[in-house]
Ligand binder design. Sequence first.
Ligand code: NAD
Length: 484
Amino acid sequence: MASRVIPVEVFDLVIFGGTGDLARRKILPGLYLRWLAGQIPAEARIIGAARGELDDQGFRDFVAASIEEFVARDRKDKAAIKGFLERLHYVAIDVTGEKGWKDLKALGREGAVQAFYFSVAPALFGAIAERLRSYEIAGAEARIVVEKPFGRDLASARALNATLAQHFEEGQIYRIDHYLGKETVQNLMAVRFANILFEPLWKSEYIDHVQITVAETVGVEGRGAYYDKSGAMRDMVQNHIMQLLCLIAMEPPYHFDPDAVRDEKLKVIRALDPVKPEDIVRGQYLAGAGEGSYLEHSGNKDSRTESYIALKVHISNWRWKGTPFYLRTGKRLRARESEIAITFREPPHSIFDDHSGWRENVLVIRLQPDEGMNLKVMIKEPGPGGMRLTQVPLDMSFAEALANTMEDVPDAYERLIMDVIRGNQTLFMRGDEVEAAWAWTDPIIQGWEARGDRPQGYDPGTSGPEDALMLMHRDGRRWRGIGQ
Ligand code: NAD
């Protein structure tokens, strides 16, 4: 199938924190891949702005090394890399002081889309936003991109929104949640709203429950001190898992349009019930397999921060009354795996005598590894022996089904940065969405802090604490296996 890459307009993208870890691993290699795909015009410029004393050549060397390290071998094209590096510039800047700002302004030009990526700690967002205005660098149409974490509670998220709002309109602010840039996540919307097949069944009458799992094998070693101030609820549930939940649960928007989609997501968040203490299980990984425990990795022997959390969540609206959503995420688990599983109810009446192989229909949406979907359906077991039933998966691995077109599929960061240049906010979080998510999260965290709850230890390489199994068992349900 022919490539359908549509080049974006000419742009100037300034990356504050352009020498940082995120820029090195994701943003800059991602931009190179879009250049390779022909999506970035030759007149575009990418300007690194950070503390290091580099010149343009120094930054180009830095970016060449990042491409070398983080781009797959078969995508490294000498001529393309050379062309891409020529698009790069660098300004040594102090975002909290005055150094470098006049140099950045001097690079300004007419006729290019202006975007500013704040790939720095959130504490610096205000200083950057203010200077972009006071030095008259950002024009009326300029876009700013901000990274997670967006606050650590409702008060800090509100303060951050208020700071940005002093200098930029909501329509200029792109809050990244890279989960929304994943192909399968967008496919969730296509499956729901471009087929007649699922939407009529998409409600509590037909859906028994939903499971969302984000499992990681890595621990927090190396960034334990940072993680210990956050924990799984803040780091994963409030943002990524919440976004997945919204896309599953939302009503059909009237149009695939940024505010129409985000309005519907916001309604879901506002309809979430408070979570009862007995519907929350928190865990911390223990030492094992030659690795230290969470307490060792965090450097805090008395830490009560969770590296695992499982929650049972209810959405109080007509569509979902009576269908629980079970959410879980954790570190040092058996496999690295993210998926959404929608389990349908049993048919109301069985005409078959043999129930032995009977299972519910499940729609599984895999985010990683191997993005794809899989619908489990009942069929007759082939061969003699009467009408025996068995379950088979209708499997759709995108990599196989769309082999020719998948090669050029951008990863989440690539897609989202191109959306910023195109001015499309559909896959970015709006300020009120982020605040609503914190408004739901805050009392849950305050609850366990007030009770003095301690997370339960779990062995690395497992699927989490014992109590998490009970969370579903007591409802007569079970988690899907991790890594099976
Ligand atoms: P980092 O510490 O590796 O890099 C920070 C960058 O900011 C460096 O380029 C540094 O020069 C620059 N900087 C710091 N202070 C500055 C100042 N006063 N003036 C000018 N430049 C300054 O950080 P990172 O890991 O790249 O993270 C950047 C942001 O992205 C953070 O908000 C982080 O939470 C978020 N984030 C990072 C990752 C990741 O994988 N690294 C993932 C998600 C979100």
